[in-house]
Structure formats: structure tokens, C-alpha cells
Design a protein around this ligand. Structure first.
Ligand SMILES: [Zn+2]
Length: 274
């Protein structure tokens, strides 16, 4: 059965880490062991090496997207990409979305440099809808203070953006990524165009159950982010909720991703009759 990881990251030579190639190889190895058939990945500029991770310079955004395009070409059967953009540079961001979409990008990854309900995100979300590209947005689960070097959003902010852009799919990043995920579940329950990705290091018992109860299995997508082992734990835990039919589990593993990204774009057209 296919397994789509909607929240993956790769590194490249300009990230300032000597072991970047080994980290990438480890992701591919772990993915193969877990049964991941498609990694949908992004590179956030230089990951802080030459400009801030969450406020990457246009040059770093372009270089990171170039590196991601090259990885997609090399791993064409297993890897797809998000076009990473910094919404503070509108023209550059729109240009990167068009350029990367032409190269096969299937989504948009927004750097967390503007709150999700900021007007600077509107042109990006409109273009994403036009090009049928889901937008992955980095979220802190219930923001209780400001975070250095980023303008962090929570589910409430994202819900406002989603309501302004009902034709755009949004993916709320990593419900296991820290903070109060129950806040997120309720904040987005009335925004049907927001999907929840289950990535992040949190593996609390009850987290998946709460997500299923609040938004239903058809709005949940599998992902790992940088901690693949906790992604595996949650994959195995899907059965433990006792709330999911076989079809629901299939939807979380890949069916929902195929629906919002397009089965054709993920190389899955026709699988399982979808
Ligand atoms: Zn991430």
C-alpha cells in the first residue's frame, strides 16, 4: 500500500553541514524501511547557515529550491517537492512558485516569517489555488508568546487565512510539533480546506484519537518532518485508536494526500481505483 510523507526535508551542500548527504541518505533508507513510497519535501533556504531559517533571503530560497528540484529529478519515483517561499518578497515568491511548479513542484511551503493571517500571504494563496498547489504552513500549537526569529502562527491564524481562500488547500504542519494540539483541532474544525499533518516529535496517547474525533479521518495526512522515528510510531498507532476503518487508514496513509495534491502528480493515478 502506498505511504505518502507530506512533510519531509532534505539538506544540500550550502546548509553548512558536512554530513548533509548522509542525512539525506538516512531519510531515504528509513523511508524505504517504513514503506514510504513518496516523500513530499522542502528545503528552507540554507536552514539558517547564510540567512535565517524562517526568514530566508531570496538567493537562499532560490538555491534551496534548485537543490530540491535536483533531488526530485534524481529520485523521480520517490520524491516530490514544495516550492519554498518567503512571503515578505512577493514578486520573488510568486516567481519561485511558477518556476518550481513548471519543474514539477506539487505544493507551496511557506516560511514562518509572517503570521498566517497576514495580507502578504494572499497573493501566494491565490496563485496556489490557481495552480492547484496545497500550502504547508508551519504552526505552533497554541501560541502563548512570541518566538525569536519567526512570526509564529497557530491554528486560529491559519483558519482565518483558509476562510479567505476557500479554494486553496492548506496543511497545518506537525500536530506533534509542540504545544497544545487540542487547541489546533478545535481552531480548524470549521475550516474544511485545512488538513492536519501528524508529523513532529510528539507521540502522546490520545493525540491521533483527538484529531480523528475532531476533524475526521479524511482531513488527516501522514508526515514525519525531521523525526522519522516518531512518524513511524504514529503510523503504527493508527490502528490503536480503534476509530479507523481500513479505508480511513488508507486515506491517512495516502488517499487524502492523493486527493489534495493530485494522484497524477504523485505518480499514483489509478492506484486503488483513485
Ligand atoms: Zn518541517
Amino acid at each position: 500500500m502506498p505511504l505518502v510523507d507530506v512533510h519531509a526535508h532534505f539538506l544540500y551542500a550550502e546548509c553548512g553541514r558536512a554530513d548533509w548527504a548522509e542525512v539525506n541518505a538516512a531519510r531515504m533508507r528509513a523511508g524505504a524501511t517504513m514503506g514510504i513510497t513518496c516523500h513530499i519535501a522542502s528545503i528552507l533556504g540554507s536552514f539558517g547557515f547564510t540567512s535565517p531559517t524562517y526568514f530566508p533571503s531570496p538567493a537562499d530560497v532560490t538555491a534551496g529550491n534548485d537543490a530540491m528540484l535536483a533531488i526530485c529529478e534524481r529520485e523521480a519515483t520517490h520524491v516530490r517537492m514544495y516550492a519554498t517561499v518567503n512571503p515578505n518578497y512577493t514578486e520573488h515568491a510568486l516567481g519561485e512558485i511558477e518556476r518550481c511548479a513548471a519543474g514539477g513542484a506539487v505544493g507551496v511551503k511557506l516560511a514562518a516569517s509572517r503570521r498566517a493571517d497576514d495580507a502578504l500571504l494572499d497573493p501566494i494563496c491565490s496563485l496556489a489555488a490557481e495552480r492547484r498547489l496545497p500550502v504547508l504552513h508551519h504552526i505552533w500549537q497554541h501560541r502563548t508568546r512570541e518566538w525569536p526569529s519567526q512570526e509564529i502562527s497557530d491554528g486560529t491564524d491559519l483558519a482565518r487565512l483558509a476562510q479567505r481562500h476557500p479554494r486553496t488547500w492548506f496543511i497545518l504542519a506537525h500536530i506533534g510539533g509542540g504545544g497544545d494540539y487540542q487547541h489546533s483541532f478545535h481552531a480548524i474544525s470549521g475550516a474544511p480546506n485545512i488538513m492536519l499533518d501528524i508529523s513532529g516529535s510528539g507521540v502522546d496517547r490520545g493525540m491521533l484519537d483527538g484529531a480523528v474525533r475532531c476533524v475526521g479521518a479524511q482531513r488527516i495526512v501522514f508526515g514525519t518532518d525531521v523525526t522519522m522515528e516518531t512518524g513511524l510510531a504514529k503510523l503504527r498507532a493508527l490502528d490503536a485508536t480503534g476509530l479507523l476503518s481500513a479505508r480511513d487508514t488508507e486515506d491517512i496513509r495516502w488517499g487524502n494526500a492523493a486527493r489534495v495534491f493530485g494522484a497524477d502528480r504523485l505518480g499514483m493515478a489509478g492506484i486503488g481505483g483513485r
